[in-house]
Design a protein around this ligand. Structure first.
Ligand code: OGA
Ligand code: NI
Length: 365
């Protein structure tokens, strides 16, 4: 497959993932996962025992306290083992989630020219300021060894509202912006509930995490992941193994196509589809703040030959100006401080990725 240089530092493939998907073309070497780098893609790993947690129990005080305590214990146990659970009782209606998925699916179905409505220079300028590429893109090659994801992504900063860059927000389909705004509002509410519950589950004062990670200036970025069907799911990944650099990640899975896998005790397991549940993945910054008690799981997304897959991931992280670090109450003689404090972990994470380093490892004391 010939490579063409688009004039920027990145190198673009001459046939798009979409074209290869539609034509069932054998994926080129740039997409083939090498055993030495990530381990082979097993055909069908087991379904993981991912706990389902009713988070409505955390948002009101009128519930039976024994029931709430039990759910908090489930939360603590999930986050300190696999670092992942399925949240139900989040109060976001099934109809609304369908509307969001449909708006995103309609966007990705638009002709390529219509999706790339922003000039590259504008994107790059913005990227330099925000250290995160907003807008519609597929992964670009920044290093020789990098294996490319079989995916297209639309990345949008949704919070704080005054930092939104609406130029990147699709105008088509018509309801896209409104639906995304509403979803962001609902997720901000859900995030606040979760941070409090996470603190309580460790017998901490309820604002112990949210005072570092939440509030007016905290960032929330939403990434719509679109994975076209692929003729070689045994060799190609939708998303390479990674941990999220966020505080927490809230992931809405596709309704029909499974694809998310997490590494538990050295084994990949599938995260099953639970209708309307939102998968909560703990991110690196919460692992740091919890002094290593909570775990940021390694996860990946696989592709399939039958159908496209859509997921909507939202990443909550603190304002890049503020410093985060292990909560004092979680440091003692038996559990000494594990991590340094960090500012703008998003940037650290990105720089480590470029150098092939694991960001969290570089934060260890
Ligand atoms: C991510 C991610 C997994 C998925 O966007 O960080 O891990 O299932 N996505 O799409
Ligand atoms: Ni992820």
């Amino acid at each position: 497959m010939a490579l063409v240089n688009d004039g920027s530092d990145s190198v673009k493939l001459s046939m798009s993932v979409r074209e290869m998907s539609v034509n069932g073309v054998e994926p080129p070497p740039e997409y083939i996962v090498k055993e030495s780098t990530f381990g082979a893609i097993e055909s069908t790993p087991e379904v993981g025992q991912i706990p389902i947690i009713d988070i409505s129990l955390f948002s009101t005080s009128s519930h039976d306290s024994a029931v709430v305590q039990n759910e908090l214990e489930k939360l603590r146990s999930a986050l300190s083992s696999s670092g992942c659970f399925q949240a139900i009782g989040h109060g976001i209606s099934s109809n609304f989630l369908d509307e969001l998925r449909e708006a995103a699916t309609d966007f990705f179905a638009l002709p390529e020219e219509e999706k790339q409505n922003n000039p590259l220079e504008e994107k790059q300028k913005h990227f330099k300021e925000a250290h995160r590429t907003e807008g519609y893109a597929h992964e670009v090659k920044v290093s020789e060894e990098q294996v490319l994801d079989w995916a297209y992504r639309l990345t949008l900063l949704v919070s704080p509202e005054d930092r939104r860059c609406l130029d990147f927000w699709p105008e088509n389909p018509k309801n896209f912006r409104e639906v995304l705004h509403e979803y962001a509002t609902k997720l901000n509410f859900m995030t606040a509930v979760l941070f409090k519950a996470m603190a309580k589950s460790l017998n901490l004062e309820e604002n112990s995490f949210s005072n570092q990670l939440f509030g007016e200036q905290a960032l929330m970025t939403i990434i719509f992941n679109f994975y076209p069907k692929c003729s070689r799911p045994d060799q190609v990944l939708g998303a390479k193994p990674h941990t999220d650099g966020s505080g927490i990640t809230l992931l809405l899975q596709d309704k029909e196509a499974e694809g998310l896998q997490i590494l538990v005790d050295g084994k990949w397991v599938r995260v099953p589809i639970v209708p309307d549940a939102i998968v909560v993945n703990l991110g690196d910054q919460m692992q740091i703040m919890s002094n290593g008690i909570f775990k940021s799981p390694l996860h990946r997304a696989v592709t399939n030959t039958e159908r496209m897959r859509l997921s909507v991931a939202s990443f909550n992280e603190p304002d890049p100006e503020s410093e985060i670090g292990p909560v004092e109450e979680l440091i003692d003689e038996t559990r000494p401080r594990m991590y340094k404090n960090a500012k703008n972990y998003g940037l650290i994470n990105y720089q480590c990725f470029q150098r092939g380093q694991i960001a969290l490892e570089t934060m260890k004391i």
